[in-house]
Design a protein around this ligand. Structure first.
Ligand SMILES: Nc1ncnc2c1ncn2[C@@H]1O[C@H](COP(=O)(O)OP(=O)(O)OP(=O)(O)O)[C@@H](O)[C@H]1O
Ligand SMILES: [Mg+2]
Length: 339
């Protein structure tokens, strides 16, 4: 079997706790209304693949992770993670997965991480020598030697997150679920976290499911992405494909040193939108459906000698930001005042 994770038509709803203006009584009153957090979600992840699971706040990312790790039971649908149905075979299943929630801790506040790790040795029934070798290996790999004996409450967020991942990897899980592992980290700590995740994935062929709001995580790590919006998958594929589908315009900037074919240059400019023109410096945007970046560059070089030439397309971060903004507008269209 090449698939590590198979999800079919997953549905999950939560009761809506609304008082309906009935005061305290309303809280206890039976309310049959439910909020549909996941709607017919289906996807698969291959062994050793890194899946970037993204979407705006409230899209259903954590609900998916909780269902795939057996914390939540769905209303309907099928899930297979390494051949297990997470919410049915929890005891045995947890030996095969590792989970890190960026917003919640696996560690105990007053104890140093090193004193917590043996707890996982017992839970996962790891032989003593194997456990010790594994902890030493991970502590070294995650460069945690200097703080692994410090009480958790005294650790920086970046240090704590490294210990969280060590705890999640002690039993060498086949699948690692990471729900916002870089949240709140500074740029250097994020970079480190990405390279640790990448290394574990490559060395141990661990399947990784990663949720994040940081598109740099996605660009650095994800083999494929799933974009979730209001509980439904709206895209599954390579990040580059998502980019291509949504990038409609590119910007070409250049300084003209000499015009060789003025008619050609005029017609090229006519097909673009001028963003900036200061003296001989131009910034023009053009529609990628009409002209590829390469065609635009070839046409320019055929009619002009230029310097400081550059073509820029929006980054994944910008595309996703625009996409989320559009999705929010659809969810909250501005209300017209009542007449
Ligand atoms: N235990 C719960 N009870 C009621 N509603 C819930 C519960 N858990 C999640 N929800 C609702 O389900 C929806 C999806 O939540 P979820 O936490 O999965 O979103 P998310 O994509 O992880 O968002 P974020 O990016 O903010 O972490 C939200 O509207 C949330 O309010
Ligand atoms: Mg979440």
């Amino acid at each position: 079997m090449t698939e590590s994770i198979i999800v079919e038509k997953l549905n999950k709803s939560f009761p809506i706790k609304s008082t309906n203006g009935k005061g305290l009584f309303g809280i206890f009153a039976k309310n049959k209304q439910r909020f549909q957090a996941l709607k017919e979600v289906s996807f698969s992840v291959k062994h050793g693949e890194i899946l970037g699971y993204i979407g705006p706040n409230g899209a259903g990312k954590s609900t998916t992770i909780k269902t795939l790790t057996g914390i939540l039971t769905p209303d309907s649908g099928k899930v297979s993670v390494e051949g297990f149905t997470p919410w049915l075979d929890r005891m045995e299943f947890t030996k095969h997965i590792g989970v890190v929630f960026g917003q919640r801790s696996l560690l105990w506040w007053d104890l140093p991480p090193k004193d917590i790790f043996p707890l996982y040795k017992e839970i996962y029934e790891i032989p003593k020598e194997q456990f010790e070798n594994r902890v030493n290996y991970l502590v070294e790999k995650f460069e945690a030697q200097d703080f692994v004996n410090t009480p958790t409450r005294k650790l920086s967020l970046g240090q704590r997150m490294r210990c969280e991942i060590i705890a999640a990897l002690i039993h060498k899980p086949k699948v690692l679920f990471l729900d916002e592992p870089t949240i709140g980290l500074d740029a250097i700590a994020k970079e480190k976290m990405r390279s640790f995740i990448q290394e574990i994935n490559q060395k141990e062929k661990t399947t990784v499911v990663l949720t994040t709001h940081d598109m740099n995580d996605i660009e650095a790590l994800a083999d494929k992405i799933i974009v979730l919006d209001q509980g439904s998958i709206i895209f599954e594929g390579k990040p580059e494909t998502f980019k291509k589908m949504h990038v409609k315009e590119a910007v070409m900037s250049f300084e003209v040193l000499e015009v060789k074919e003025s008619n050609e240059f005029i017609s090229l400019l006519a097909e673009t939108k001028q963003v900036v023109q200061e003296g001989n410096y131009y910034e023009v945007s053009f529609n990628l459906d009409k002209m590829t970046a390469q065609q635009a560059a070839s046409r320019l070089f055929a009619c002009c000698n230029t310097s400081s030439f550059q073509i820029t397309e929006p980054t994944l971060e910008e595309i996703i930001k625009e996409f989320y903004e559009r999705s929010q507008k659809l969810q909250n269209p501005s209300r017209k005042p009542k007449a």
